[in-house]
Design a protein around this ligand. Structure first.
Ligand SMILES: NC(=O)c1ccc[n+]([C@@H]2O[C@H](COP(=O)([O-])OP(=O)(O)OC[C@H]3O[C@@H](n4cnc5c(N)ncnc54)[C@H](OP(=O)(O)O)[C@@H]3O)[C@@H](O)[C@H]2O)c1
Length: 331
């Protein structure tokens, strides 16, 4: 079967991995003769993958490198083609969608094994492409807001003031929608109001701001950052002294210590600073699928690419496109 994998070493033979030698996009290779995986234990499903997605900075994910997985891709929509004899929830021919664990990947392939807790049944109102565009981004947003930051899912004790950076991005779009649906006051930040303001208001943002205008904002209770770098550093100036700042940007995993050492977070010692890695979760997917079924959210697809174009698609995920939504790969 076909699968898109990361070559484990450079042409000179140096192993890719952390620290410091992240694979370049040229290390993404399509293999035609990868053995089709087989179910080997309870809890596994064999999926014929229909669609997956592209993540900016995927090659920066520590989990990608040995001793973990080599086949890229975490989001999937597809058809169950084999189950373990003990399987109770899923049947062959079920249409499912979900996200594999960051340390396994595996969905840029015609067939992949997923664990039952990584899949849920796909609502009929979603195409394969729309379904694949949801899980990883929506799970990351759901867990950032309601698990790690511990925002109330119904704002019973009053709305919090929540700032979201990269609000027009793949995950930012879900962060804005989920925080608004939960009843919080959302300030959506991006690098360009011209490019993003009408869209961000259309998905419910109460305020829209460009990063360069952070100084004009009233302080916020919670910041969820998806951009990192200087934007994340600037967040310290906008957070309340007892607020919560969370980043999941792939390049920002060491930011708390780094900002402390550089004095960037000085004077904000009362802020709860967090970094997170999203995990497959049936609880998150149930909440997300309920929103999808009710029509509150949908999978936004900016572009659909063929399997042979995954490398180019990965590169283009790092330039600002005109549309909002995920790049979806047809498998
Ligand atoms: N920790 C986890 O569990 C986890 C899970 C999934 C993804 N991630 C990571 O989370 C980050 C955000 O993912 P995403 O899918 O939301 O990304 P995305 O949609 O591609 O980008 C998010 C935002 O980054 C900004 N940006 C800054 N520099 C950019 C550039 N050179 N090109 C394009 N956009 C740029 C853009 O906002 P403006 O246009 O407003 O500047 C964009 O909306 C990535 O680093 C990804 O790897 C982490």
């Amino acid at each position: 079967m076909r699968a898109a994998r990361v070559r484990p070493t450079s042409p000179e033979g140096t192993p890719y991995g952390f620290p410091g030698n992240v694979a370049p996009s040229s290390a993404i290779e399509i293999h035609q003769d990868v053995p089709k995986p087989q179910i080997s234990k309870p809890g596994e499903l064999l999926i014929q993958v229909k669609a997956s997605t592209v993540y900016k900075d995927n090659l920066e994910w520590n989990e990608l490198y040995p001793p973990s997985h080599a086949t890229l891709g975490n989001d999937f929509s597809g058809i169950v083609v084999a189950v373990h004899d003990s399987e109770k929830t899923f049947r062959v021919a079920d249409h499912v969608y979900g996200m594999t664990h960051a340390n396994r990947g595996g969905t840029w392939a015609e067939y992949t094994i997923v664990m039952t807790e990584e899949a849920v049944k796909k609502p009929d109102n979603l195409s394969w492409e729309e379904a694949a565009a949801i899980p990883g981004s929506a799970i990351t947003a759901d867990q950032a807001l309601f698990r790690h930051t511990e925002l109330e899912t119904t704002a019973q004790n009053g709305p919090k003031r929540v700032l979201i950076t990269g609000a027009g991005g793949g995950i930012g779009t879900f962060l804005v929608q989920f925080a608004v649906l939960a009843g919080h006051h959302v300030v959506a930040a991006s690098s360009s109001n011209e490019r993003n303001e009408p869209f961000l208001h259309s998905i419910g943002a109460h305020e829209v701001v460009e990063y360069k205008d952070f100084g004009t904002l009233d302080k916020v209770d919670v910041i969820i950052d998806s951009v990192g770098f200087q934007i994340l550093a600037d967040c310290w100036s906008v957070i309340k002294p007892d607020g919560t700042l969370l980043s999941f940007d792939a390049c920002s995993w060491g930011y708390i210590q780094d900002h402390k050492e550089k004095g960037i977070s000085k004077g904000k010692e009362g802020v709860r600073a967090l970094f997170m890695i999203a995990e497959p979760s049936t609880e998150s997917m149930a909440r997300i699928t309920e929103h999808v079924a009710k029509g509150h959210i949908k999978g936004r697809v900016s572009r659909v690419v063929s399997f042979n174009d995954v490398r180019e698609a990965y590169e283009s995920a790092h330039s600002r496109g005109v549309g909002h939504g995920k790049i979806v790969v047809l498998i």
